[in-house]
Design a protein around this ligand. Structure first.
Ligand code: MRU
Length: 354
């Protein structure tokens, strides 16, 4: 992998001739750099190490990972090609467990791959790349549609709290939760954003704050433990977050700390909205307790980067996500429209229509 420096344009993933480049989100906003990827192993490592993160962006990266693997082996014999592809699917599927978009994208690639398995590796690789491009372009269209539907929920002048980063950096563009905010601003509404810092990986402080500053959308950074105080003081009008997986009953997994925000929002009668493409809804899982919650390295909690602040020998937990029960969700914003008080019946109907 090599580094390339670029301007401050948010193009989370970009195709460059015969390889993929992804913004290195671990070092934003201090540095803006793209890393270069040429096969499935490299992309899987990029997902695992959080070069790319955010459910839809992970899905797009995985789709490109499959295409890259095909391109890397397109000149080999069919048996070698097939074995490499099998490895590619497996290594990508093992990269992160919670965001269902990863598995959704891999399944879509695999399904197409199986249907086209009569093609020679060279042709199949080209066709898989076309599909990866389509998954990425579709993600932007979906986020725009979600933005249009969700913008109506935010009043002119609304002060909106968000947790983690569900912006352009978490998708192929525009964002889910931040996409709704962007679309409301584009519609002429004066929206101001409160960004939870989002310990331990600081997606709010580093990524959401950066995206909003880039676009001159007023943003105020707070630490996670300030949200309750601001709600009590009447300074928050709505909460909107993204999600990594929605269970069939409407329970929502998102970045650790989201559940705490949802409980606080209910206590203060503040609407709690979740922006969610249909690819994030997992009808296979009956409820949120069945969603696998990733546990990440203790180093993320005991310090940041090279800085360590916790004593050696301390025990640490680092669940990266939590589950907010459906009863705390005021509405799900999807590309097909807004679902108030989501439940099994409504989600089943929505997925049947899609
Ligand atoms: O660990 P991350 O940074 O991948 O977690 C991301 C989130 O929790 C986002 O809120 C979620 O993926 C929705 S992104 C549109």
């Amino acid at each position: 992998m090599t580094n390339t420096t670029d301007s401050q344009r948010v193009e989370t993933l970009r195709w460059r001739g015969d390889s993929l480049e992804m913004i290195d989100q671990r070092i934003l906003p201090m540095r803006f750099e793209y890393l270069h990827y040429t096969n499935a192993d490299e992309v899987a490592e990029g997902i695992r190490s959080m070069v790319v993160r955010g459910a839809p962006a992970i899905g797009c990266a995985a789709a490109y990972g499959v295409a890259l693997q095909a391109l890397a082996y397109q000149h080999k014999e069919k048996t070698v090609f097939d074995a490499a592809m099998q490895h590619g699917y497996e290594v990508l599927a093992a990269s992160r467990p919670t965001a269902v978009n990863l598995f959704w994208a891999l399944q879509r690639m695999k399904h197409f791959h199986n249907a086209q398995s009569g093609l020679a590796p060279l042709e199949l690789a080209a066709a898989l790349l076309t599909l990866a491009h389509e998954i990425s372009a579709e993600d932007v269209r979906i986020n725009r549609a979600m933005g249009d539907h969700g913008a109506a929920l935010l009043k002119d002048g609304a002060r909106v709290l968000t947790h983690c980063n569900a912006g352009a950096l978490a998708t192929a563009g525009h964002g889910t939760a931040l996409g709704v905010i962007r679309s409301a601003v584009e519609a002429g509404k004066r929206i101001s954003v409160f960004a939870d810092e989002t310990r331990p990986f600081l997606q709010g402080a580093r990524l959401t704050a950066w995206e909003m500053v880039q676009e001159n959308i007023p943003v105020t950074l707070i630490t996670d433990n300030m949200a309750g105080h601001l709600m009590k003081c009447g300074e928050i009008d709505a909460v909107i977050v993204g999600t990594d997986r929605v269970a069939a009953n409407g329970d929502v997994a998102n970045k650790i700390g989201t559940y705490m925000v949802a409980v606080l929002a209910q206590r203060h009668n503040i609407p709690f909205y979740v922006a969610c493409p249909l690819s994030t809804i997992d009808m296979q899982l009956p409820h949120g307790d069945a969603i696998p919650i990733e546990e990440r390295s203790h180093d993320e909690v005991t310090g940041f980067g090279t800085q360590r602040w916790a004593p050696l020998g301390v025990q640490v937990r680092n669940p990266a996500f939590d589950v907010t029960p459906a009863e705390l969700v005021s509405a799900l914003v999807t590309e097909k429209g807004v679902i108030h008080r989501p439940d099994l019946a409504q989600l089943a109907q929505l997925m049947r229509q899609s």
